[in-house]
Design a protein around this ligand. Structure first.
Ligand SMILES: Cc1ncc(COP(=O)(O)O)c(C=O)c1O
Length: 461
């Protein structure tokens, strides 16, 4: 914008100041679009709005949409886009398509975040508009395209439905490997995985699906050894890292696994790591051929919503849920992660005190850096089922109760003791997690509410 047109009504110094401000803003926007780097300091909403306005200068979604709220919700970006376009179009082929530009921006910012979190090896990544469970379908279909005769998928059991459903929906035969209980902690049964490979034959096995982040006392799978096994047997390795992007420990383990053996794709959720609405996943691969195949499988038209939310959140870095909220960038994010790790220790300490008070115990699971399990051995069965709703009505939604006696049937497969990740675990327990954004007062309020509920139940008040 050229302010010199106002020279008859405004003083020269006023025009200069205004022009300087506009130029600075444009420089920041141009620099972001050129370098696509995560800014050191988070942007204000106004600045992000200006960026979106700049990108959509030539579009007018208002002519197409009936409703103003829908218009605003989509930030005037009405084009969907294909990852193929985002990843493969050359610069000169992209003119003013805001959809592609915002998608590229989201991917570049994510790529910075992934490196920041501990992935050191070269990789490709993309945000796609489906939740993590659905992204598993695309991932295993990618492997099918590359190893068409392999019909089996080995799955280290994790009692979360969507990933398992993804394997079955993609038409594979799942081979369920129960976790092994070691001092109360549930770990990967590597021997059983190896036995299955020998029994079925490596050439018939498409991939092994492992999981990093889950509810205690299930530990992160032994992804380093699984990576070695996959490498040795020429089997693909998919890691479900749903919550793990915001955990440096898990990200470093993925990096290590990819060095020791093979990690072909790892997927994580946008909502669980970036505090955006459900419906986005981040696909990462260390292998160009596999990444290209993934793009082939799910190219064409896709919604841009997940990319828009991701780009905005990463630019703003931390509205509300992230520590001192506004103006947060890369530096603050690292502080936030440190805080999250500290809060995990604090939550564990407070849960330990509570467990002593009610003669219960914490199930130690050193392989799980996010979630903590507290036994409910002395709670009558009837009351077990009441704890979840009691917490819910008190606005506690993160904690969950595992009764250890539920049977679940998913796509004709029966899971005994659903929730425990294992057929043999018979101790009921409650899990709580310290995820990104949690602060000390959240822990204090949670413990206070849980204490009151326990008091009523244990002392029958
Ligand atoms: C281990 C695991 N995998 C996958 C998911 C599903 O993630 P999404 O909701 O993004 O599909 C969850 C959700 O709780 C999870 O805990």
């Amino acid at each position: 914008m050229d302010l010199s047109v106002y020279k008859n009504i405004l003083s020269d110094s006023y025009i200069k100041k205004g022009q300087d401000a506009i130029n600075t803003k444009h420089k920041i926007i141009d620099s972001l679009l050129y370098h696509k780097k995560l800014p050191e300091e988070g942007w204000t909403d106004k600045m992000i709005e200006d960026l979106l306005l700049e990108l959509t200068r030539h579009t007018n979604l208002k002519n197409i949409l009936i409703n103003d709220m829908v218009f605003k919700r989509n930030c005037n970006i009405h084009h969907g886009c294909s990852i193929f376009d985002v990843k493969r179009l050359k610069k000169e082929e992209i003119h003013s398509d805001a959809g592609i530009i915002i998608n590229q921006l989201a991917n570049s910012l994510l790529s910075e975040l992934i490196k920041l979190m501990g992935i050191k090896r070269p990789f490709e990544c993309a945000v796609i508009p489906v939740a993590t469970g659905m992204s598993v379908i695309f991932s295993v279909l990618t492997f099918r395209a590359l190893k068409p005769n392999a019909r089996y998928v080995i799955w280290s059991r994790i009692d979360q439905k969507s990933c398992f459903k993804g394997i079955v929906s993609a038409g594979f035969i799942p081979v369920i490997v129960d976790t092994k209980c070691h001092n109360g902690e549930h770990t990967t049964d590597i021997d059983c995985i190896q036995e299955h490979i020998i029994r079925i034959g490596a050439e018939k096995i498409s991939c092994i699906v492992s999981t990093t982040s889950c509810f205690a006392p299930r530990a992160c799978d032994n992804i380093e050894v699984i990576a070695e096994i996959c490498d040795k047997n020429n089997i693909y390795h998919l890691i479900n890292n749903a919550y793990g992007l915001s955990n440096r420990n898990l990200m470093k383990r993925i990096n290590k696994a990819s060095i020791r053996g093979r990690v072909d794709i790892f997927v994580q959720s946008t909502d669980k790591n970036l505090c955006v609405p459900v419906g986005g996943a981040i696909i990462v691969s260390f292998n160009n051929e596999i990444f290209s195949k993934f793009i082939d499988i799910c190219s064409e038209q896709m919604s841009n919503c997940a990319a828009i939310d991701t780009a905005i959140t990463l630019l703003h870095m931390g509205r509300k849920k992230y520590v001192e909220l506004l103006h947060m960038g890369r530096k603050k994010y690292v502080e936030l992660l440190d805080e999250c790790e500290t809060m995990y220790k604090y939550l564990k300490f407070e849960m330990l005190k509570l467990s002593n008070k009610y003669n219960e115990r914490i199930i130690e699971s050193p392989g799980n850096p996010i979630s903590i399990a507290l036994t409910l051995s002395n709670v009558p069965q009837l009351h077990l089922l009441q704890i979840g709703p009691m917490l819910y009505v008190r606005n506690v939604s993160g904690a969950r109760v595992v009764t250890a006696n539920e049977r679940k049937i998913i796509s004709n497969f029966t899971f005994e003791r659903w929730g425990t990740h294992c057929n043999k675990c018979d101790v009921p327990y409650l899990t709580a997690a310290a995820s990104i954004g949690i602060v000390k007062s959240d822990v204090d309020i949670f413990i206070e509410k849980l204490d009151k509920i326990f008091y009523n139940i244990y002392f029958n008040k």
